[in-house]
Structures are given as structure tokens and as C-alpha cells.
Design a protein. Sequence first.
Length: 286
Amino acid sequence: MRMPLAIGLLLLLCAQPAAAADPAVMPIWSHGAPGAEARVHEPEVVENSYVRSVHNPNLTVFPADPAHANGAAIIVIPGGGHRMLVFVNEGIMPARTLNRFGVTVFVLKYRLAREAGSTYSIEGDAAADARRAVRWVRAHAADYGVDPQRIGLMGFSAGGELVSLVADNPEPPRGWTPDAIDRQSARPDFQILIYPGPLAIPGKAVAGAPPAFIAAGTLDQCCAPPALSLYSQLREAKVSAELHLFASTDHGFNVAMHNERISIQHWPDRLFDWLSDEGWLLPRRR
């Protein structure tokens, strides 16, 4: 009998070696995020499994096991309504799931525009962090054994808004002096949007956007309509896209840690199928 994914993930986490419990955390801005340089040393606040007060955006690295690493990389952007980061259920757990696929994962902590007292913006600061994350991973691809042309961006809820802002919309002019990392492309090679929020869904043709995998629950009044809208726009623009809407499912199903529906237990397998079918798990032909 096949083990439910949630139980398998818990066993997988328990089986991780001690070193895996303390992954590397890499700041993505060389001298602090633009406009937030003076706050670079302010500590993040962790409450239960949530993170807030992010002033020095960074990537937590989850390398794939060298025994089956395939060179693909995915940057995971947790949700949390731009008020906090759901760092465990929409960051660490997806990273461990993707590691099983041979993918090296980088989980992004970004500036939060709707946190109390925040001076940041979603379209400006948070999206700039997401773009910088893609550039940073591309610039350091050789350090992590990943292919700079097989880098995907995956977002949950508010993180999905950032994915669409980066992947499906033109980049605005930069308000800072570019460095060497900024010379890298911020366009992901593929995009994964899991119950994406409505903010960034483009209102015009998205020709040239990267291939997309989109998933949401039919009961999700906030994020099922944006998922449908983005899929329709990508399809009309002849961009390869796959959409999954799961019956009797609401927002926040993450990687099935709190949902007993069989379809939700196995939705990451549908993502694996898509990644395989689209060739993202295979080395590029030279």
C-alpha cells in the first residue's frame, strides 16, 4: 500500500542527517537590500512556524542528495499575505518534497509590505527580492551544481503573486546601481503557482512568459479565480501551461500536511509529472 505523502514527509524529515537540520542561509543583496541597507543587521522574528521582520532578504539552501541530483533548481517563495512568511508549511516542507525529485531548492525570505509599520511595497521591494533571488541562484549555479537554464520559481498564495510579477510582467526600472549579479537574467525558466493571490495576474497578453504549472482549490474564493485567469491568459498567448483545480478544497493546502483528501495528498506527484514531461529534470542537450 502506498504511504500517504504527509506521513512520508514526516518520516523523511526525521531521517535527515543532523547537518540537514541547519541549512545554509545566504543573503542575496551584497550590501543590504536597496533602501534597507541601514536595517541589514536587524534580526528576523520567528513565532511558531512563521517568520516576519525580514530586512536582509536571503535564501535558505536545501541541496538535493548528490546520489540523485539532476541539476534542476527551484526557488520557493512562501505565502503569508505579505504580513508574515509561512516558512515551514510553504517553505521547508515543499523544499523537502522537491528534494525527493532531485531538485536543489532555495527558500526565499523577502521584505513584507503589509507587516505592521512596514515601509516596503509589494511591486517594488518584495518583487525586487524575488527577481534578485533568481539572479543570485543563476550567478551561483556552479557553486550548487545546478543548471543556470533550469531554474524555476515556485510561490504559494502571496508568494504566487511575486512569481507572476516576476515571470509574467515586465521588470520596472531599477532604483539602484546594478552590480555583477544584476547582469544576470531575472526571468525564471519555468513557474509554479500554488493558489496564487490576485495582485499580480497580468491584465494583458503574456507572450514570452515561461511555462507554468498552476494549482488551486475550487472552494478558494480568493485564489481560484486568479489561477483560472492566469491559465486562460497564458493559453491565449500560446504559452505552455497546466492547471489543476481540486474539488472540495480551500486555500492553504500546501503540501498536504493538514489535508486528508487523496487528491491533495498526491498533488506534488502531479507537479513531478509536469516537471518530467516538460524536461526540467533532465540535463539540457548541448
